[in-house]
Design a protein around this ligand. Structure first.
Ligand code: GLN
Ligand code: ZN
Length: 756
């Protein structure tokens, strides 16, 4: 049995690529130096995989920014506005990634979207009507040759034509089908060139196949590949899927002339059943994704070996692989100096997963695997329950009843009580929570972390900032104030650090997009709240003003979705544990006089299953209750807000309403306000604050612009239900643009109310 890796992290063991690329953006690194860093990283990663004994090592999985962007450039899919800049290749590439503002013009970047159900974002290529798709780039060929010169025969990896076209945006009249002939030619040529260079296996990534497919999709997929495969040469073609199962196209996939089929047997549990029920072609190689590319726990060899046994009954030839690209896990556990060995031994990041593949390969082909040291050492990891049990929490979750998820009285009654109680003006103005995180704010936090200042000094500084922030908001004239979140580095990490059950890493970075990386906490054990977390700062802020200060929390689903979750208990149980902890915080805030509490669910949509049939069963049926559990205990005159960083919840609008918050704020300024019509159509009852300006840009919106936006909104939303706010937190902005923007926002609200 051979081993295969679908893709490897690109940013480097220490985020070297981030440093080099950002240096290049700031003109501190030359292009040559940047290219050199890329080359060194590729070399190091190939050698590491080779040293681990991986048989099929990927090439062309490297990228300076994003793989979809690379594929677009390879296929000559470069929108006119970038071509007109007349930039060099790399400059044009980064202009598409980040936008361009300079001597040659002023253009926006391509849009960014989440890569299936991960927290990785890809750039959305735009195909214009006059696009000429052809094989224009040589990156895949060059990287294959580069590795070959080092004596490593790699497996080139390319995003397949089906997924590529499915994810593209068509800006004109033409659709994917209009480009079928050209894209087939490009892939045929690419395959021929790679074959000529000596490639033995070529991997086409088609995660698009694990989503719901229409008849038309299926026909299109078949059409593309029948043609490409009919012209293949001696190189073997691997169709690689991941992030789910291929239930809609198993028949088509197995009937086509692929030499290998890659299936995710972890996230795509149903793939095993498909295989068993429908059989697997004898002449094809099964690439079995059994080492988790998305989570960081050690592989359980006993389980994997027994699945392999099952698979062998169906498939004649098996290659053991990762379930998806290792892009979604950090580089190596060895970088962690603060985690105890007792924790570390349970973790496997990318490098450790290579070892697992090698060990599993060895165990699979030896006579008595159970006698081997590798097997025994692995088995020992799973012998005892490693998680810190908290019986109290477990019991609490077990004894939850319907009441715990139900807030009383019902929404309409509460709304009345709250209108009476708060006496807010029509179209109340507020912000999403954070105020600019200026250098002094970050310095204060870091000085405290490095123990350069005392806790008292740290807290005093934050209080001073809160005071200034409250004064500023009063001066601007906002109606519902916030404390500003100066104590928070990150909305999940901050809570994780204050809850029992989380582990934190130092260097476990995962690429989120381009040069941006995140460091998700690890959920290690049962979760509980040690002490009140936000209450003192909130109460302090409230003591400074007669206006209402909104308490600010992160919701359970977001905390869970932005962490590496446990696998020994269901996600729902974990979400309920977090919900109970945050619920205590909500009740404490309320007891200290905080009457408006916002519970952010910025990542609620993120883990929505890829298939519609799974949305409720596998996710919403516990995610929405988890949110309800957090706030169901408050009094009728305590107002619960939530916030989401996007407005693409048209499909689950009813579920969002079922969160039973009193107010929801969300992004709307960049979208076409179509969500507003959707809200109207479904009779959305929660009050809404669709962001009236885009905080992702330093631009200051004019009063008139905001007034217009409000008028548009008021056509569809009753005035009693509309709030006025920016579309997200202000932490990445400066005061220079924040102050006038908020002043304009308040002026606009007053104008529309008829006060001015
Ligand atoms: N309350 C958070 C803030 O304002 C929300 C952040 C977010 O939605 N990502 O920063
Ligand atoms: Zn947001």
């Amino acid at each position: 049995m051979k081993t295969s890796v679908i893709g490897f992290p690109r940013i480097g063991s220490n985020r070297q690529l981030k440093a080099a690329t950002e240096g290049y953006f700031k003109n501190k690194t030359t292009l040559e130096e940047l290219l050199q860093t890329g080359k060194e990283l590729r070399k190091a990663h190939w050698l590491a995989q080779k040293a681990s004994g991986i048989d099929l090592i990927p090439s062309n999985d490297f990228s300076f920014y994003d793989g979809m962007l690379d594929t677009a450039v390879m296929l000559n899919v470069v929108p006119q506005r970038y071509q007109e800049l007349k930039l060099s290749g790399p400059a044009e590439y980064f202009a598409m990634a980040r936008g361009y503002q300079g001597e040659n013009g002023d253009v926006k970047a391509l849009a960014m979207k989440k890569w299936f159900n991960t927290n990785y974002h890809y750039l959305v290529p735009e195909i214009e009507d006059d696009a000429q798709i052809r094989l224009a780039g040589t990156k895949g060929l060059d990287e294959f040759s580069e590795a070959k010169e080092m004596g490593i025969l790699t497996k080139p990896v390319v995003i397949g034509p089906f997924t590529f076209l499915k994810l593209c945006k068509f800006t004109g009249k033409k659709k994917a089908a209009d480009f079928a002939e050209d894209i087939k030619k490009a892939y045929v040529l690419l395959t021929a060139k790679l074959t000529a260079l000596g490639a033995k296996w070529i991997q086409f990534d088609e995660p698009g196949l694990v989503t719901d497919l229409t008849e038309q999709d299926l026909a299109f997929f078949k059409n593309l590949y029948q043609n490409i495969l009919s012209k293949k040469g001696t190189a073997q073609i691997l169709l690689q899927t991941y992030f789910g199962d291929i239930r809609d196209c198993y028949g088509e996939v197995t009937a086509l002339d692929f030499d290998g089929i890659g299936l995710d047997l972890l996230e795509g549990q149903e793939n095993l059943e498909l295989l068993q029920e429908e059989g697997f072609p004898k002449d094809k190689v099964l690439f079995a994704g059994l080492v988790n590319g998305k989570n960081i726990w050690r592989n359980h060899y006993e389980k994997t070996l027994s699945t392999l046994k099952e698979l062998k009954k169906e498939a004649h030839s098996i290659v053991l692989g990762t379930s998806c690209s290792l892009l979604h896990v950090p580089f190596t556990v060895e970088n962690e100096t603060r985690l105890s060995p007792a924790h570390k031994k349970h973790l496997a990041f990318a490098m450790e997963k290579l070892t697992e593949l090698a060990e599993l390969k060895k165990l699979d082909c030896c006579e008595r695997p159970l006698q081997k040291d590798e097997y025994r050492a692995n088995e020992a990891l799973f012998q005892n329950d490693r998680h810190l049990e908290n019986t109290a929490v477990k019991e609490k979750v077990a004894s939850l009843s319907k009441q715990d998820f139900t807030r009383t009285p019902a929404f309409a009654q509460r709304e009345k009580i709250q209108k009476e109680y708060f006496q807010l003006p029509l179209l109340p103005t507020t912000t999403i929570g954070s105020f600019p995180q200026t250098a002094d704010v970050r310095e204060n936090r870091s000085a405290y972390k490095r123990r350069k200042i005392s806790k008292q000094q740290y807290v005093d500084f934050n209080k001073q900032k809160i005071k200034e922030c409250i004064e500023l908001q009063e001066k601007i004239g906002l109606d519902v104030l916030v404390h500003g979140e100066f104590e928070r580095n990150d909305m999940v990490e901050y809570f994780g650090e204050n809850l029992e059950g989380f582990l934190f890493t130092e260097k476990a970075w995962v690429q989120s997009y381009g040069t941006r990386c995140v460091k998700p906490p690890i959920i290690w054990g049962d979760i509980s709240r040690r002490n009140p977390i936000t209450v003192d700062y909130a109460a302090y802020a409230q003591s400074l003003t007669k206006k209402r200060v909104k308490g600010m929390l992160t919701g359970p689903v977001t905390i869970l979705n932005w962490s590496f979750p446990r696998e020994d208990i269901p996600l729902s149980e974990c979400a309920f544990q977090i919900a109970l902890a945050i619920r205590e915080e909500v009740l404490d805030l309320e007891a200290r006089g905080i009457k408006i509490i916002q519970i952010d669910e910025a990542a609620l949509r993120e883990k929505l299953p890829l298939r519609r049939a799974d949305w409720h069963k596998k996710y919403l049926d516990w995610a929405i209750p988890a949110f309800r559990l957090v706030h169901s205990g408050v009094r009728p005159d305590t107002q619960i807000h939530t916030h989401m960083c996007y407005s693409e919840f048209g499909d689950i609008i009813g579920d969002i309403d079922q969160m039973d918050a009193d107010v929801i704020t969300f992004e709307a300024s960049r979208s076409d306000l179509s969500i507003i019509s959707a809200l109207q159509q479904c009779g959305f009852r929660t009050e809404v604050g669709p962001g009236v300006y885009d905080i992702h840009s330093p631009r200051v919106p004019a009063v008139k612009e905001i007034v217009n936006a409000l008028h548009q909104m008021l056509e569809k939303i009753p005035k009693e239900k509309l709030w006025v706010n920016p579309d997200c937190g202000l932490k990445t902005r400066g005061y220079k643009e924040t102050v006038p923007s908020l002043e304009h926002l308040v002026q606009a609200a007053r104008q529309v109310r008829g006060e001015d």
